[in-house]
Design a protein around this ligand. Structure first.
Ligand code: AHR
Length: 497
C-alpha cells in the first residue's frame, strides 16, 4: 500500500485558532467532584484542587474550557455557586439527578482555569432562565466595579473582572432531554434577545448559538436555519455536537467516523452561508464544535444513583481504535480551520475523558490523551492543504475511505512543519511519501507513533503505561522526500524543520 502527500507552504487553508484544542468540564459525574476538585486527596492544594489533575491538564495546553454544562447548565442558578461556601445551598440537579453542593462555582472554576493556563468558555442557562440571569452573570463576571453585581464579585474576593470572552447561549436546546427544551423559533428569539442584552453589558463578548445536539436529530438543518433566521446578526458562532462509537463492533467503519465529521461541518457551514445569503449580510458565521469525542457508554446510571454527590457517570475506557478516531477528528478539525474556530473535546476528566482518576487514588491517562496532546502541542500555525493520494476502502456507512488520513501544519515562528497521519489499515502498513517541495532541505526532528499489536489495548489504573506513544517511528529522508512505512492502525506525528 502506497500513499503520497504534497506539503507546500503556499497552499494554506487558514491559521489555526488554538481554541480548537479546547475541552469541557461539566458538573456531571466525577468531572468536578473527584476530578478537578477533591479536597481530601493527598495532592490537593489549598483550594482543594488535585495537583495531579492540574498537571495533566497543564501539559495538554488546553486553551479554553467550556463550563458549567452541558445539560447541567439548563437548570443551573449561577448565584448558588458564588459567595461564602458554607452558605451555599445543596440542590437537586435535574439533568443528571444528583445533589449539587455548589462547592465549586464560577469563581473557583475561574481560579482553576488560571492555574491550568486556560480561558473559560462560559455557558448561560437558557433552559429554566433567560435574559435577566444571563445579563446579570455577565455583569458579575466582566464588569469592573461600581454596580450591584460587579461589587458582589469584588466582595467575594475577586477584585479583577474575570473577562470571560466566549459565551454559549444555552446548551442543546433542541433536545427533549434538556431542562426547558425549546422549539427553534422559541430558542432563536430567546438567543437573540439574550445576546443583545449580554453584549450591551460587555460589547467584547463572542457569542455561540446552539445548533442541533446532533446531525441525527429529526429537526437537524431546519433547526439551524430557523435559529439563525432569528439571531444571525447578534451571534458569532454556531455550535455543533457529535459523538462516535464502535458499539456494533465494526472497526473499519468506526475508523471512518471523521468522514462524517467532515460532512457535518460542511453541512452546517452551508446552512450558515444560506442564512447569510438570505439576509444579504456581510457577516460570516463561524463554527464551534463545542462537544465532540468517542462516547461508548450507553444510557445514564442516574436512575440507580439518584441524588448522590459526584457519582461515577460515563467513565469510558478508551483503546487504540478510539485514539485513532480522536486523531482523525483532530485532523478533520485542522482541515476545517478556516471555519471551525472553537472545539471542545468532551470532556476532560473522568466523564468521557482523556484523564481518569480514582477518588483518593491515582491518575492515569487514556489512549485518547495522546493524539489530543500532540495536536495541541504541534498543531499550531498555518494549516496546509492536504494534497493526498491514498488507496481507499468502502465500509458499512462510507465509500472511498482513504487509508491515509493526514494534514500538515506549518509553524512560522519555529519554522517547524508537522505532519499528522493516521493509517486506517487494520492489517497492513502504509508506505507514505511526503513531498515537501517549497520547504527545501528539512531535518526530521521526531516521528512519534501510537500503535499496538492489540487495537483494543487500554490503560487502566493498574496498567497505566500499557499503551503509550514512542518516538522511534521510521520516517527518513529519501531523495529529497520524507518516507515512512506507517504501521497498521497507527497515529503518527512527523515533526520536521
Ligand atoms: O457531554 C455530555 C453531555 O452530552 C452534555 O451534557 C450534553 O450537552 C450532551 O448531550
Amino acid at each position: 500500500n502506497q500513499a503520497s502527500m504534497i506539503v507546500d507552504k503556499d497552499f494554506t487553508i487558514a491559521q489555526v485558532d488554538e481554541r480548537i484544542y479546547g475541552s469541557f468540564i461539566e458538573h456531571l459525574g466525577r468531572a468536578v467532584y473527584g476530578g478537578i476538585y477533591e479536597p481530601s486527596h493527598p495532592t490537593a492544594d489549598e483550594n482543594g484542587f488535585r495537583l495531579d489533575v492540574l498537571e495533566a491538564v497543564r501539559q495538554l495546553k488546553v486553551p479554553i474550557i467550556r463550563y458549567p454544562g452541558g445539560n447541567f447548565v439548563s437548570g443551573y442558578n449561577w448565584e448558588d455557586g458564588v459567595g461564602p461556601r458554607d452558605a451555599r445551598k445543596h440542590k437537586l440537579e435535574l439533568a443528571w439527578w444528583t445533589t449539587e453542593t455548589n462547592e465549586i462555582g464560577t469563581n473557583e472554576f475561574a481560579e482553576w482555569t488560571k492555574k491550568v493556563g486556560s480561558e473559560v468558555m462560559m455557558a448561560v442557562n437558557l433552559g429554566t432562565r433567560g435574559v435577566d440571569a444571563a445579563r446579570n452573570l455577565v455583569e458579575y463576571c466582566n464588569h469592573p466595579s461600581g454596580t450591584y453585581w460587579s461589587d458582589l464579585r469584588v466582595s467575594h474576593g475577586f477584585k479583577d473582572p474575570h473577562a470571560f470572552r466566549t459565551w454559549c447561549l444555552g446548551n442543546e436546546m433542541d433536545g427533549p432531554w434538556q431542562i426547558g427544551a425549546k422549539t427553534a423559533v422559541e430558542y432563536g428569539r430567546l438567543a437573540n434577545e439574550t445576546a443583545k442584552a449580554m453584549r450591551w453589558v460587555d460589547p467584547s463578548l463572542e457569542l455561540v448559538a446552539c445548533g442541533s445536539s446532533g446531525s441525527g436529530m429529526d429537526t437537524f438543518a431546519e433547526w439551524e436555519a430557523t435559529v439563525l433566521d432569528h439571531c444571525y446578526d447578534n451571534v458569532d458562532l454556531l455550535s455543533l455536537h457529535t459523538y462516535y462509537n464502535n458499539n456494533n463492533g465494526d472497526t473499519a467503519n468506526f475508523l471512518a467516523s471523521s468522514l462524517d465529521l467532515d460532512h457535518f461541518i460542511n453541512s452546517v457551514a452551508a446552512i450558515c452561508d444560506y442564512v447569510q445569503a438570505k439576509k444579504k449580510s456581510k457577516k460570516k458565521l463561524y463554527l464551534s464544535l463545542d462537544e465532540w469525542n468517542v462516547w461508548k457508554s450507553q444510557g445514564s446510571s442516574r436512575a440507580e444513583q439518584r441524588w448522590q454527590i459526584g457519582p461515577p457517570e460515563f467513565e469510558d475506557v478508551y483503546n487504540l481504535e478510539d485514539a485513532l478516531v480522536v486523531g482523525c477528528c483532530l485532523i478533520s478539525l485542522l482541515k476545517h480551520a478556516d471555519r471551525v474556530k472553537v472545539a471542545c473535546l468532551a470532556q476532560l476528566v473522568n466523564v468521557i475523558a482523556p484523564i481518569s482518576t480514582e477518588n483518593g487514588g491515582p491518575l492515569w491517562l487514556q489512549t485518547t490523551y495522546f493524539p489530543y496532546l500532540h495536536a495541541s502541542l504541534y498543531g499550531r500555525g498555518v494549516v496546509l492543504h492536504p494534497m493526498i493520494s491514498s488507496p481507499k476502502y468502502d465500509s458499512k456507512d462510507f465509500t472511498d475511505v482513504p487509508y491515509l488520513e493526514a494534514v500538515s501544519v506549518y509553524n512560522e515562528e519555529t519554522e517547524e512543519v508537522t505532519v499528522f497521519a493516521v493509517n486506517r489499515h487494520l492489517t497492513e502498513g502504509l508506505d507514505l511519501r511526503i513531498d515537501l517541495r517549497s520547504f527545501g532541505e528539512v531535518r526530521i526532528l521526531e516521528h512519534i507513533v501510537l500503535e499496538s499489536e492489540d487495537i483494543k489495548a487500554v490503560n487502566t489504573k493498574d496498567h497505566p503505561e500499557n499503551i503509550r506513544p514512542h518516538n522511534q517511528g521510521n520516517a527518513m529522508q529519501d531523495n529529497g522526500h520524507i518516507r515512512s512505512l506507517l504501521s497498521k492502525a497507527s497515529w503518527n506525528v512527523i515533526r520536521l524543520k
